[in-house]
Design a protein around this ligand. Sequence first.
Ligand SMILES: Nc1ncnc2c1ncn2[C@@H]1O[C@H](COP(=O)(O)OP(=O)(O)O)[C@@H](O)[C@H]1O
Ligand SMILES: [Mg+2]
Length: 245
Amino acid sequence: MSEILKIDSVSKHFGGLMAINDVSFSINEGETLGLMGPNGAGKTTLVNMVTGKYLADSGNIQFMGHDITRMPAYRRCKLGISRTYQIPRPFPELTALMSVVVSALYGKDRANQSLEDAATEATHYLEFCGLFSKRNVLGKDLTLYELRGLELARALATTPKLIFVDEVMAGLNPGEAYKAVRLLERAKEEFGVTILWIEHVMAALMQAAQRVVVLHYGQKICEGLPQDVANDPYVIECYLGSCHV
Ligand SMILES: Nc1ncnc2c1ncn2[C@@H]1O[C@H](COP(=O)(O)OP(=O)(O)O)[C@@H](O)[C@H]1O
Ligand SMILES: [Mg+2]
């Protein structure tokens, strides 16, 4: 099993707040790694550091043998790292199709790719995410569930090797959440992507993830098999709200 991503002693502070404090873990190629933790634990901040939205204050991040710690976000994307946003970030005035076309054109060095070819590719990803019938709807007119699908279609259109999925179930009803989870599982089968799946709902990750990492107040407090993590007394205490690091 080879490591696709290695996060080594990474930290990030905002003013006096240590949002991520000396966190290390790796993701193996092909796995689904769950990243769990209560609200404010630092999950999104960690994603922002690996995808390049924020630079780490210290520590090192390696992706497929490249040191990406200080690399700009667009280069990390072209190397094969992609993400979805917890709060969807559509282009409000672009149609669903054109939003995915942007990703298809941008995600790799494809100077020679025509707009027509990009549109064909984008249509394929929209179809995969169940949004073919919405292809001509503007971003601002899509529902939250549709926007979650669009986030995934856009992420897939950059042809990533590793996708960070940030709280895909938040705000969805149980039926929609189930469909969103199935879609991620199918994306893994069809496109062979490795997934870092962030969720603060513990139960959701227990089935989907091969391993789970737990953050609390910016620190890694547990890492292991889902069942072991779910039974860890310290993790349970943190989720019930009575523990302090
Ligand atoms: N850009 C920012 N500026 C200031 N504080 C931030 C910023 N981003 C996150 N934080 C703070 O860092 C902590 C971790 O936030 P976040 O990574 O969003 O947690 P999670 O995704 O686990 O809910 C929180 O206390 C949050 O308020
Ligand atoms: Mg978050």
